[in-house]
Ligand binder design. Structure first.
Ligand code: ADP
Ligand code: CO
Length: 358
């Protein structure tokens, strides 16, 4: 008799931080570090999402071990981050199985994960966030774990720090927690998407190429060598967190935008202050910053805010009512729907994606 294949599928959204974390002192836990929190907006899955299917079966050869097919290509799962997720989820399943011996022993079977991102992977668009959130939830569903998003966020952040925020919708904070070892550091929702539903994100896919330095490696270098980074954790991030939570509470876009742009600038300043320096932004990224400044100057108020993660791609936040001014201007500046930029730049924008908070 053929052995049964157990299966679960899920999707997870991307989140783009408006106050960025920047400290991973314990690589295993992916913690944001002392006094350091972060805050993000979860984007609509209609636009950017990871789709992950997890299966396991006693018929899968043990010699092949656990496997991950990412965007159609075999992907290495031997890294500590992925292993930590598998180990924790298996331990949760094994606990259920020993409490109820009638349950099938899924925890002993090899896992096969198939995952697809419908947006560029490892290009600064938070694929690790959506990717590990989906991976953890797909396996938790497969194992029928009674885990809440908060509990799953504890596991997902071990895959990628930012993944713990993708388990929630709306406006999400990742807090340090109070345990000395940081073991209770997890994500929580600051406000539902419905609290401030008219935020929109325009994503300028400047480059779909994989970044030269992975987020984790880059951050470790920054923590080790940047003096400016110490200033950022001591003063800049706590101030930005407080201002950002207030802006969201009061639905104050001008304040939201200013903190978003200042925090992105501060983060990239610490990258430039890393030795040797890390440059995630390129000429097109800087042109996008100037375009936002022009849009705001022309409107006579703040209608757009830029932010860049560890990559050259820009995320522009704006309000639904200002779509014309923001998207219209970007299409114009970047040469219209053909997306051939009219700016004389080395590298062109390869695509525009639009999303809302969800
Ligand atoms: P990004 O800016 O896209 O988040 P990172 O360097 O932080 O880039 O992370 C990219 C890594 O995240 C990939 O190399 C891969 O290991 C992991 N990842 C991305 N998407 C997925 C996915 N769908 N499932 C599992 N892991 C993924
Ligand atoms: Co990432």
């Amino acid at each position: 008799m053929a052995e049964k294949v157990y299966r679960a599928s899920t999707t997870a959204p991307v989140n783009i931080a408006v106050v960025k974390y920047g400290h991973r002192p314990q690589p295993h836990l992916q913690l944001p570090g002392a006094l350091l929190h972060s805050l993000s907006v979860t984007l609509s899955q209609a636009d950017l999402r990871t789709l992950t299917t997890a299966t396991c079966s006693a018929s899968y050869p043990a010699s092949e071990g656990d496997t991950l097919l990412l965007n159609g290509e075999p992907s290495d799962v031997s890294g500590a981050r992925t292993q930590a997720c598998f180990r924790e989820l298996r331990a949760c399943r094994a606990a259920l199985e020993s409490a109820d011996p009638s349950l099938p022993k899924l925890s002993t079977m090899p896992l096969r994960i198939v995952s697809e991102n419908n947006f560029p992977t490892a290009a600064g668009l938070a694929s690790s966030a959506a990717g590990f959130a989906a991976l953890v939830r797909a396996i938790a569903d497969l194992y029928e774990l009674p885990a809440s998003p908060a509990e799953l966020s504890l596991i997902a952040r071990q895959g990628s720090g930012s993944a713990c925020r993708s388990l929630f919708g709306g406006y999400v904070a990742w807090r340090m927690g109070s345990a000395a070892d940081g073991s209770d550091s997890m994500a929580e929702q600051v406000a539902e998407a419905a609290h401030w539903p008219d935020i929109r994100a325009l994503i300028l896919v400047v480059s779909a190429a994989k970044k030269g330095v992975s987020s984790t490696a880059g951050m470790q270098q920054t923590v080790a060598t940047s003096g400016l980074f110490q200033e950022r954790i001591a003063r800049v991030v706590p101030r930005n967190m407080a201002a950002m939570e207030k802006a969201i509470r009061e639905r104050d876009f001008a304040a939201f935008a200013e903190v978003t742009m200042r925090d992105s600038n501060s983060f990239h300043a610490t990258c430039a202050d890393t030795y040797p320096p890390i440059f995630y932004m390129n000429d097109v990224s800087r042109a996008a910053i100037r375009a936002v400044e022009q849009i705001n100057a022309a409107a006579g108020r703040t209608v757009a805010a830029y932010t860049f993660d560890a990559g050259p791609n820009a995320v522009i936040y704006y309000l639904e009512k200002d779509t014309e001014a923001v998207v219209g201007t970007f299409y114009h500046v970047l040469g219209g729907a053909g997306l051939k930029p009219t700016l004389s730049l080395d590298e062109g924008v390869v695509g525009l994606l639009k999303g809302g908070v969800s």
